[in-house]
Design a protein around this ligand. Structure first.
Ligand code: GLY
Ligand code: MN
Length: 446
């Protein structure tokens, strides 16, 4: 296997310590909430309205924190001092493939109870005193009238625990980066005249081994003007007459953990858009390198605006000092989203906007889309994803506004057909220098 084979990078011996940490954090949370036990339901696929087919199944992320076995209709019964019980749904079913058999590296740490009918194990839990239940299966409210169903304070404590990734989780997130990088490299190679967004998506899926529903979020593959739509997921089948630019924002998954990587390419050999890509890449690297334990992520976000404003000035797009651009809100017209977010079992991972007590940590004024406002700590994994876009809905008010004469409209109009730029890496906070999991993966694949 090559050194960037995603699974070959995983150290399975790290899993038991991860499970132990989950158990000890749960024990503290249960004690604080005066609860004795927790049942977590894995989830179930929803039937489509007036149809007999199901929407794609997405495992309950609270369940996925404990085990890589993500089949529906399963349950985990967790009680301090006792081995975790996994009710393993194994239907007698000749219509569908059976769920995968448990593998010993994780299954040896659970008491596995195979069940053929989900009702059997749900009915097993008749004593509901001191029991909390986490899950969104509709059946739970009916089966557990006397349990605490999705109690907010317990959920919050578990969400905060999930913000610090164990070495096992860090390995999964690094592997998810290796997997995504395979796709990114295939797409970079396929970015030649004659291609379409849909063809690039096929190249990505083939290289990562993902199915359409298996990626952690819908891939954003945006050619030319489409790159100005922040979440462009339409995957046009048309081949553009002229190929100018590509934003690819695409991740991958390993044992439930996600990566989230964005790159921007252009066919322009030299010129203002190629220069802007270099500029965004430079400031993105600087911001990713500034990730440290103790840093307030809001400050990094505001620093990103300073750097983007300085780039706009250096490239002759806005003739104003960065500070003045920020005060006038100009940088937000070119960078209208947050600098990034926590990453983990969910792409926009939990607890980014609250403190340890569950109190909201406000976003800076004028920055409504920032998804992370906490002070960083070792073990956090987060994205750094600055961008510069040419979005007419945001530019139109500037054209007629008080700063219009400071903006080089002819240059902007020549850049608009390229859409925009975003560059995004996944970064692990340590006690020292940060680890850029995405750039490590690109380097390993080189
Ligand atoms: N990768 C898409 C996002 O972070 O919103
Ligand atoms: Mn992201």
């Amino acid at each position: 296997m090559s050194n960037n084979d995603p699974i070959s990078t995983i150290d399975f011996s790290l899993y038991p310590a991860h499970l132990q940490r989950c158990l000890s954090r749960l024990e503290q949370a249960l004690e604080a909430q005066r609860l004795d036990r927790l049942l977590i339901h894995s989830g179930e696929p929803a039937l489509c309205f007036l149809d007999d087919r199901y929407s794609p199944y997405v495992v309950n992320p609270q369940y996925a924190w404990w085990t890589p076995h993500h089949a529906p209709h399963c349950g985990l019964l967790l009680e301090p001092g006792r081995q975790p019980v996994l009710y393993n749904y194994q239907p007698v079913d000749y219509w569908h493939a059976a769920p995968p058999r448990p593998e010993s590296w994780w299954a040896d740490h659970f008491e596995l109870r195979d069940v053929t009918d989900p009702n059997d194990w749900l009915d097993d839990l008749t004593d509901q005193s001191g029991l909390a239940v986490i899950g969104d299966a509709p059946v739970l409210a009916q089966k557990f009238p006397n349990a605490a169903l999705n109690p907010g304070a317990l959920l919050h404590q578990l969400h905060v625990a999930r913000t610090v990734k164990t070495p096992w989780e860090q390995g999964c997130l690094a592997a998810a980066n290796h997997r995504a990088v395979r796709g990114h490299l295939a797409v970079a190679e396929a970015f030649v005249p004659g291609t379409s967004e849909f063809e690039l998506q096929l190249a990505y899926l083939r290289a990562t081994g993902h199915s359409d529903n298996g990626t952690p979020y819908s891939n954003i593959i945006a050619l030319n003007e489409h790159a100005a739509v922040l979440h462009f997921t339409e995957l046009s089948r048309s081949v553009p007459l002229e190929l100018r630019s590509l934003v690819i924002d695409a991740g991958a998954e390993v044992f439930g953990y996600a990566s989230d990587i964005t790159r921007t390419y252009t066919t322009q050999q030299a010129g203002p858009f190629a220069d802007l890509i270099k500029g965004v890449d430079g400031l993105q690297t600087e911001l990713a390198g500034a990730v440290r334990a103790g840093v307030d992520y809001r400050d990094l976000h505001l620093q990103a605006h300073q750097l983007v404003a300085a780039l706009l000035q250096a490239q002759g797009i806005v003739d104003m000092e960065p500070e003045a651009q920020l005060e006038a809100g100009l940088s937000s017209a070119f960078l209208p989203h947050g600098l990034g977010h926590y990453l983990g079992l969910q792409v926009h991972d939990v607890a980014g906007l609250v403190d340890d007590d569950g109190e909201p940590i406000p976003r800076p004024d004028g920055h409504p889309y920032l998804r992370l406002t906490r002070h960083l700590e070792a073990g956090n994994v987060l994205t750094i994803e600055p961008g510069v876009y040419f979005i007419e809905q945001l530019l139109a008010p500037l054209r007629s506004g008080p700063y219009s004469q400071h903006i080089n409209w002819s240059l902007i109009d020549s850049l608009k057909p390229y859409g925009g730029i975003r560059i995004e890496d996944d970064v692990l906070v340590t006690d020292d220098q940060p680890r850029n999991l995405s750039r490590e993966a690109f380097a390993a694949a080189a």
